[in-house]
Ligand binder design. Sequence first.
Ligand SMILES: *Cc1c(COP(=O)(O)O)cnc(C)c1O
Length: 240
Amino acid sequence: MPPNTIPTRIALIQERITRAEQRFDREPGSVRLLAVSKKKPAAAIRTAYDAGQRAFGENYAQEATDKIKDLAGIIDIRDAEWHFIGPIQSNKTRLIANHFAWVHSVERLSIAERLSGQRPPDLPPLAVCLQVNVSQESSKSGLCVSTGLEKLSELALAVAELPRLHLRGLMTIPAPSQEFTAQRQPFRVLREALNELNAKGLTLDTLSMGMSDDLEAAIAEGATIVRIGTAIFGARDSAL
Ligand SMILES: *Cc1c(COP(=O)(O)O)cnc(C)c1O
């Protein structure tokens, strides 16, 4: 296999995931790879699909919908799984509700209500994660938990009641850090938040956390979905 191709890079990331599962006593296959294809052409997604990748993450509703429609005639759209992971504008909720299986980036009840109301009846409920800010940086999106979990549990309990959503878990994008122990810390906060919500009667099973530089730390703390873009598809044109 030639180096530096999308299939090779997917295989390398899968190897890292498998090694981390073994090293941290995680069940084999319990961590899924989400290939983040934002700003990448449909042809690159197709190459990844042909290499066996099925879950794709996108950040821009219109761009993603155009690509999903482009690919519909080529790949089995029921088989590919589209995850929305970017900031959600309220005028884009209908596109997201129509074309995606998952949304990782819900941080407000009003957005969740729109997604539930607009989810087409012939599709299964939209899987949802709440985005949490665990780094105490006002610049990072997500619901802040540094002052306690009241706001998060209030939102989680309300979202769990929405008929066309299926609340699955939590997502975070921590501030980058280089050292393994420091990398684990915010992921531990997210895992503990999930455990507390489950202690309140929810049944959440998803931690969307970990990117190319910190996926081992995330898997050590219980990640079930890691989100990898550049390490699979190469650098994007603009710094997004
Ligand atoms: C872009 C993005 C990623 C992937 O980032 P890379 O640096 O390309 O691996 C992961 N998660 C979210 C929420 C993103 O927006």
